[in-house]
Ligand binder design. Structure first.
Ligand code: F6P
Length: 562
């Protein structure tokens, strides 16, 4: 059976069960741990190389069982199967959703042919071309227009064409072995391009213009600015002439592109032989494992990129073949539904205890919120419940000295995922003490404090009296999931990303949401184009604005000094 119309989750027997359980629900992690010595073992699951401890979540066995029944009753497994098979589950764009095909190993069976396309063949053809190109750049076979090796690669993209590559590049820096630095320009604020190119040498810089649609205002504007920077730099140094042919040649040596719209790439002036394609069934925020990862293949090497993909695939296999009650992404998605719809949580913190993952929360913001920040279901009817929580976070221990106060003692429930690795990339010691161990002591301390708190009696037993007792009391029962891995390898990173992709999908299915469109970003884009002429002084465009926007435009015009 395929689920073609969304099932209203609130009409399912499991939802009623959960509602009843909620009425008498009294979180008591201390009590639950004391009464059930097997809780940790039962609620600790393996997901490829990840060890996932769910035991510090605010659920009893009864709640968890009812959540799994909810997943059954809304058809989560069928929906996963429909996605993996290439059904057009992205209904508003009438597209398949096949990011999972990007990481299927060569020769995977059964073959995946979707809408007449031999998906496996096409994916691997691009992957091979991408690897060969990356090798050419890394080995010095690909040279700039003046015959110099590439030392710096600048990815120009935004949203899914930026956040994934930046995040992975930061996370896997220890694997960057070819002496090539990767940079990322996304914002149309000219500061971004100006500061990134400052100090770079046009003769040794390669730009990758990464845009699924190749229509995105920010990316195309930045690409043109970069092209001007290249031409100005080369011509200023006398490295090339200012004629058309020299300029075209310079672009051919210093610009490549990644897009689904190869005709538009050619129109920009980039040689189609230097373009890498992907397909409309890859959503922008699900595209880091497509050719959008070209900057990574160059900086880190094609083998590292393939290991990353293998990590994704391991989690896809887990999702595909594991029963719901042991299926880690499904369970984590269901826990988020429990917190959002039954316990009133409005946000979810992701707290990596790995500095290399410092952009992971930012990456997840697009993945989760652009996917599930919606109030209509995939058939256009209104959702029946709250949807998409706000995802946010910073790496530990930095966050401890910033916002953890609110998580520990504030009035809001903020479920948090802690992510840590046992082996550091840089095993430094301080006066004989392993610094990574000290770091991980903080991860363990925080999850412990959040779960079990500190009672007034315990505070008093330390000699505290009066009003200070309440201030120093920690209520506990603050839910966390601990995700632990041996090390932050490329595969482990792929596993982490795929984990969150599938958590997001699970929540979307429960809520009846199409997690793969993003119409909510369109209005702002349209209005920006309408407002832009007013900034340049167009009186009609100014007059067409509302009073507040008009006043802000007038302020802007008065303040500009150039
Ligand atoms: O923000 C909207 C969006 O369409 C994202 O979904 C996408 O990742 C981003 O813009 C960039 O789009 P493109 O890759 O087409 O330039």
């Amino acid at each position: 059976m395929r689920v073609s119309t969304p099932i209203d989750p609130t009409t399912t027997p499991a939802w009623s069960e959960l509602g009843t359980l909620r009425e008498s629900f009294s979180p008591d992690l201390r009590g639950w741990f004391a009464a059930d010595p097997a809780r940790v073992e039962r609620m600790s699951l393996a997901l490829a190389d990840l060890h996932v401890d769910l035991s510090k979540n605010l659920v009893t066995g009864e709640v968890l069982a009812a959540l799994v029944r909810l997943a059954e009753q809304v058809g989560v497994a069928d929906r996963f199967a429909a996605m993996l098979a290439g059904e057009h589950i992205n209904t508003t764009e009438d597209r398949a959703v096949l990011h999972t095909a990007l990481r299927r190993p060569a020769g995977a069976r059964p073959e995946l042919v979707v809408d007449g396309q031999d998906v496996d063949h096409d994916v691997h053809e691009v992957l091979d071309r991408l690897g060969a190109f990356a090798d050419r750049v890394r080995s010095g076979d690909w040279l700039g227009v003046t015959g110099k090796r590439v030392t710096d690669v600048v990815n120009i993209g935004i949203g899914g064409s930026d956040l994934g590559p930046v995040m992975v590049s930061e996370a896997l820096k220890p694997y960057a072995d070819a002496g090539i630095r990767a940079h990322f320009v996304s914002n149309i604020d000219p500061t971004d391009l100006a500061q990134t190119t400052a100090g770079l040498d046009p003769e040794t810089t390669l730009f990758i213009v990464a845009s699924k649609t190749f229509t995105t205002l920010e990316t195309l504007t930045n690409a043109r600015l970069a092209r001007d920077w290249l031409w100005d730099g080369l011509e200023g140094a006398g490295a090339i002439g200012g004629d058309e042919a020299s300029r075209t040649d310079a672009v051919a040596h210093h610009f490549v592109a990644v897009s689904t719209a190869l005709d538009k790439v050619a129109a920009f002036g980039i040689d189609p032989r230097n373009a890498f394609g992907f397909w409309d069934w890859v959503g922008g925020r699900y595209s880091v494992d497509s050719a959008i990862g070209l900057s990574l293949a160059i900086e880190l090497g094609p083998d590292v990129f393939r290991d990353l993909l293998a990590g994704f695939h391991a989690v896809d296999e887990h999702v595909r073949s594991t029963p719901l009650e042991r299926n880690v992404p499904v369970l984590m998605g269901l826990l988020n539904v429990w917190y959002t719809n039954f316990l009133g949580a409005q946000s979810h913190a992701v707290l990596p205890y790995a500095q290399q993952l410092h952009r992971f929360p930012a990456y997840l913001q697009q993945l989760t919120m652009e996917s599930n920040g919606k109030s209509v279901r995939w058939d256009g009817t209104p959702v029946a419940t709250d949807t998409g929580e706000v995802f946010w976070g910073e790496p530990g221990t930095n966050g401890q000295h910033a916002f953890y106060q609110l998580i520990h003692q504030g009035t809001r429930l903020i479920p948090a995922d802690f992510i840590a690795v046992a082996n550091p990339a840089y095993p430094l010691s301080d006066d004989g003490r392993d610094v990574h161990g000290l770091f991980l002591a903080n991860f363990l301390a925080q999850t412990k404090a959040l779960a079990f708190g500190k009672t007034a009696e315990e505070v008093e037993a330390e000699g505290t009296t009066g009003a200070l007792v309440a201030a120093r009391t920690f209520p506990g029962n603050r839910p966390t999931t601990s995700i632990f891995a041996p090390a932050l390898t490329p595969s482990v990173l792929g596993q982490l990303i795929a984990l969150y992709e599938h958590i997001t999908f699970t929540q979307g299915v429960v809520w009846g949401i199409n997690s793969f469109d993003q119409w909510g970003v369109e209005l702002g884009k349209q209005l920006a184009l309408q407002i832009a002429p007013a900034l340049e002084g167009d009186a009609d465009a100014l007059a067409a604005q509302d009073a507040s926007t008009r006043a802000l435009l007038e302020y802007y015009r008065a303040q500009r000094t150039d």
